[in-house]
Design a protein around this ligand. Structure first.
Ligand SMILES: C[S@@+](CC[C@H](N)C(=O)[O-])C[C@H]1O[C@@H](n2cnc3c(N)ncnc32)[C@H](O)[C@@H]1O
Length: 235
């Protein structure tokens, strides 16, 4: 059951957004060393161009999202139209965001449209990089990735994904990752903080032998979204 926010603004279906490698670098504090020669999972991948762009730097990237069950032709069209919905949401809710990283809503729209087009080209050229699956169950053996990145699903959609879902998803991301799993942002899509949920999840993970840390990012789009959650290798 979807929880309604006090101001009555509720986002419909999950947005399929298209972030670029530059945004992933900033959100997840990524260096070239984090990318080159690494096995990386991007879940959810959405219509992001991270997979396409990081692959050209020598990363072995796998993107996971339920939308990848669609045909590559459909996906390449949907990437552009669904990203347009995400861009329109941000522009219509401009007061919720800081625009300095992008310069302006127009700068933001240009980066996102470029990323969606890059994704559309890559999903047709390299479809094996894009696996249809859904958290909390991923079709990979334990420790398949050196680094996992997860942006704008967990926490963002806490109005419809409950604490048990979050915990199961985090445990699954940790299971398939040998190194760190990094998650951003830690606010919901309206920009509301989720401190109680995050404290609860960190305690549960700690009790299961998974250390966690909060790390500052180089990026803040939603006001206050300047922190990522890092899951470290299980002890
Ligand atoms: C806002 S997009 C984020 C995409 C990308 N990480 C980015 O930052 O641009 C959210 C994505 O989560 C996907 N999604 C929804 N439920 C999911 C699930 N259970 N497991 C994995 N991905 C899911 C949606 O299909 C959508 O593409």
């Amino acid at each position: 059951m979807m929880k309604h926010h006090a101001d009555g603004e509720v986002l419909g279906e999950f947005l399929v957004s298209a972030r670029s490698l530059a945004e992933y670098r900033a959100m997840f504090h990524l260096s070239d060393d984090d990318l080159t020669g690494r096995r990386i999972l991007d879940c959810p991948g959405g219509a992001a161009s991270f997979t396409a762009e990081a692959s050209t730097l020598g990363a072995a990237v796998t993107a996971v999202d339920p939308i990848y069950a669609r045909s590559t032709t459909e996906l390449s069209v949907d990437a552009v139209t669904e990203n347009d919905r995400a861009v329109a949401w941000a522009a219509a809710n401009a007061h919720r965001y800081r625009w300095d990283w992008y310069g302006s809503p127009a700068g933001h729209a240009a980066i996102r449209r470029g990323a969606a087009r890059r994704f559309a080209d890559d999903v047709r050229a390299e479809p094996h990089r894009y696996i249809a699956a859904s958290l909390p169950e991923l079709p990979f053996p334990d420790g398949s990735f050196d680094l996992t990145l997860s942006s704008h699903l967990l926490f963002s959609y806490a109005d419809r994904l409950d604490a048990d879902f979050h915990l199961s998803a985090l445990l699954e991301l940790s299971r398939v990752t040998e190194g760190e799993a990094r998650l951003y942002p830690l606010l919901d899509y309206t920009g509301a903080p989720l401190d109680d949920l995050i404290d609860h999840l960190r305690t549960e993970l700690h009790d299961k032998g998974i250390p966690t840390a909060l790390r500052k990012t180089h990026y803040e789009f939603h006001h206050g979204a300047d922190t990522m959650l890092v899951l470290q290798p299980a002890t």
